[in-house]
Design a protein around this ligand. Structure first.
Ligand SMILES: Nc1nc2c(ncn2[C@@H]2O[C@H](COP(=O)(O)OP(=O)(O)OP(=O)(O)O)[C@@H](O)[C@H]2O)c(=O)[nH]1
Ligand SMILES: [Mg+2]
Length: 303
C-alpha cells in the first residue's frame, strides 16, 4: 500500500530522483530517500522497493562501465566517435542499423535499448564508431559517453525535443548535428515548414527517414564536415585526379599535402597547380603556403 511521507527533505530527494539525468545522480538521490525513510513498520515495503531499485541502478553502473571499456578497444588514434542521443523510440537503433554493421533490436516498445550499441562505419577513408546511447530519459543513459564524443547526433522526431536535448548535453564540447527522423510521416507542406523553422533557428540540421532512407547521404556529408577535416585529391601532370581523396586537417596547406604524399620531399616540388574551392580559376599556380579547402585537387610537378 502506498504510504505518504510528509518529510519535505524526503519529497525534495524524491523530486531530485525523478529529475536526475544521470545514473550517478539517481543513485545519490535514492540513497538520500532511503536514509530519510521513517523507521516504522508501515514503511517497510516501500523501503524494500527502494533498496531493490538502488541495487538495479548500481548493477547498471557496473554494466555501463564494462560497455564503455569495450567501446574503447581497438580504436586507432585518428578514429572518430559519434554518439546518438535522443529520447526513447525516436529511431536511434534504426539509424545504427542503417549506417553500420550492428544489428540492434528495433521495436516500438519504449526503452528497448538498455546499453550502448556500437557500430563501425567508414566514411571517406576514416574509420569511425557510431554509438547509440540508451534513451536520455532512462537510467540506462550514459552521460560520460556523450561527453567523450567527437560529434553527437541529437536525434528527434518532434520539435520540442531539440531544446530539451540541447539543455541536457550542454556540458559536452562535441559538434552537434540535429537529426530529425521519421519525415516519411510528414507531407511536403509539413516538411517545408519544418525545414524553414529549423533554418530560422540557425541549427545545423538534417531531415531524414531511416525507413525511406531519405537524405542519408546529406547526413553523412554533414557528419564528415563536423570533423574539421578536408578531402584533397592529388594528381600527376597529364593524368586524372586520384580516385580516393587523402584526409587532411582543416587549414592544411599545399606544403602539408606535399610532405604527406612525397614522404617529406616537398622541396622537390617545382610547381603546384590547384583546381576546386580554394582556387581562383582552374589550374591556378600556387605556392607551398597556399591554404587548401575541402575537395580541392592538387597537382605537383617535381624536379
Ligand atoms: N515511420 C517511421 N518509423 C520509424 C523510423 N525510424 C524508426 N521508426 C520506428 O520507430 C520505432 C522505434 O525505433 P527504434 O530504432 O527502436 O528507436 P530507439 O530510439 O532505438 O528506441 P529505444 O532504444 O527503445 O529508446 C520502431 O517501431 C521503428 O520501426 C522512420 O524513419 N519512420
Ligand atoms: Mg534503441
Amino acid at each position: 500500500m502506498p504510504i505518504n511521507i510528509n518529510d519535505p527533505e524526503y519529497t525534495k530527494a524524491e523530486k531530485e530522483y525523478y529529475e536526475a539525468d544521470s545514473l550517478d545522480d539517481k543513485i545519490e538521490s535514492l540513497k538520500k530517500m532511503i536514509s530519510l525513510m521513517p523507521g516504522h513498520k508501515g514503511a517497510e515495503n516501500l523501503r524494500a522497493q527502494l533498496r531493490t531499485r538502488l541495487k538495479k541502478l548500481q548493477e547498471q553502473v557496473v554494466k555501463n562501465k564494462k560497455a564503455k571499456k569495450s567501446s574503447k578497444i581497438g580504436i586507432k588514434k585518428e578514429d572518430m566517435q559519434i554518439v546518438i542521443v535522443g529520447k526513447t523510440n525516436v529511431g536511434k537503433s534504426s539509424l545504427i542499423n542503417l549506417l553500420t554493421n550492428a544489428n540492434p533490436k528495433i521495436s516500438e516498445i519504449e526503452f528497448t535499448t538498455k546499453e550502448p550499441i556500437i557500430g563501425m562505419i567508414n566514411l571517406e577513408g576514416i574509420d569511425m564508431q557510431l554509438i547509440e546511447n540508451p534513451s536520455i530519459d532512462s537510467s540506462y543513459y550514459d552521460k560520460g559517453l556523450t561527453n567523450s564524443a567527437d560529434t553527437i547526433f541529437l536525434l528527434v522526431d518532434k520539435l520540442p525535443q531539440i531544446e530539451e536535448l540541447k539543455n541536457k548535453v550542454s556540458r559536452s564540447k562535441a559538434n552537434q548535428i540535429i537529426v530529425f527522423n521519421k519525415i516519411d510521416k510528414l507531407n511536403e507542406d509539413e516538411k517545408r515548414k519544418l525545414n524553414a523553422t529549423l533554418k530560422s533557428k540557425k541549427y545545423n540540421f538534417v531531415l531524414i527517414s531511416t525507413k525511406t532512407k531519405e537524405n542519408i547521404d546529406e547526413l553523412k556529408d554533414k557528419l564528415f564536415k563536423s570533423f574539421d577535416k578536408i578531402r584533397i585529391y592529388t594528381k600527376e601532370p597529364g593524368k586524372n585526379k586520384s580516385s580516393k581523396p587523402i584526409i587532411m586537417k582543416q587549414d592544411s596547406s599545399v606544403f602539408d599535402v606535399a610532405e604527406k604524399i612525397l614522404k617529406g620531399f616537398s622541396k622537390n616540388v617545382s610547381e603546384t597547380k590547384i583546381w576546386g574551392p580554394s582556387s581562383k580559376f582552374a589550374g591556378q599556380k600556387v605556392g607551398l603556403k597556399h591554404k587548401l579547402k575541402d575537395l580541392d585537387v592538387v597537382e605537383f610537378k617535381t624536379r
